[in-house]
Design a protein around this ligand. Structure first.
Ligand SMILES: Cc1cc2nc3c(=O)[nH]c(=O)nc-3n(C[C@H](O)[C@H](O)[C@H](O)COP(=O)(O)O)c2cc1C
Length: 218
């Protein structure tokens, strides 16, 4: 065995404490269950429960994934996130407006996964999101294009400082490319892990405006 394989083999998984999950009494709408689970995670002090993996489709057909912050779960049932339109993910979402989101809250052995279609939020919403960001985050977004290769590393601090100064004089300045996207799910799975591996899995599927749910084999 390789040393790494040995080390991995010694690590434990599913070591958290699962809250009660009454699969016989789940809401018709998965949004309600997501909000219940999310609030449970916040109450249980799960670190950064709003961090989620966004998976997209690359132009080469290979999936891509990175961690983002959940910005909203809208009344009409979309999961929102924000980033630069010219970033890698921005180009991928433009070319293939589909994505998946994955949450994992290890201390509760809970995971939620969503698959769906991508919609671009209104310009007003994107501008509002941009203005709510901290000054440092805004300066970085104004100074350069996320995911571009850095040609001159020594100029980075200077460009960010310049953008900070511009923001100081014009705090309302926005980045034209800052964008809020919404994932409108076609399926959502709630996974409650169990140390004996008899995991509870509920998968919701959307049919127009209606949702059906079923239990999945662990
Ligand atoms: C906890 C965490 C939260 C993050 N939140 C965001 C976010 O909300 N928006 C964003 O553009 N990048 C965020 N990032 C950075 C992304 O993971 C990623 O590096 C960046 O968006 C570039 O991705 P891309 O090259 O695939 O476009 C976050 C990273 C971490 C680890």
């Amino acid at each position: 065995m390789t040393q790494m394989r040995d080390e991995l083999g010694q690590l434990k998984s599913l070591v958290g404490t699962a809250p009660t999950f009454d699969v016989e009494h789940i809401p018709l709408d998965p949004r309600a269950l997501f909000i219940d689970w999310f609030r449970d995670a916040v109450d249980a002090r799960v670190p950064e429960p709003h961090a989620m993996t966004l998976s997209t489709l690359g132009a080469d057909g290979i999936p891509d994934a990175r961690v983002l912050i959940l910005k909203d779960v809208t009344e009409d049932g979309c999961w929102a996130f924000a980033s630069g339109i010219s970033s890698v993910k921005g180009s991928q979402l433009h070319a293939n407006p589909v994505a998946a989101l994955t949450f994992y809250w290890s201390s509760q052995i809970r995971s939620i996964r969503l698959r769906g279609h991508i919609e671009v939020a209104s310009v007003d919403e994107s501008v509002k999101d941009f203005r709510e960001r901290g000054v440092g985050a805004r300066a970085i977004a104004l100074a350069g294009t996320q995911s571009d290769a850095i040609r001159e590393p020594s100029s980075v601090i200077h460009l960010i400082e310049e953008a900070r100064q511009r923001l100081k004089h014009d705090p309302e300045q926005t980045s034209a490319g800052w964008t809020v996207w919404r994932l409108r799910p076609i399926s959502i799975e709630f996974w409650q892990g169990d140390a004996t591996r008899n995991h509870l899995r509920i998968q919701y599927q959307r049919h127009g405006t209606e949702w059906t749910s079923r239990r999945l084999w662990p």
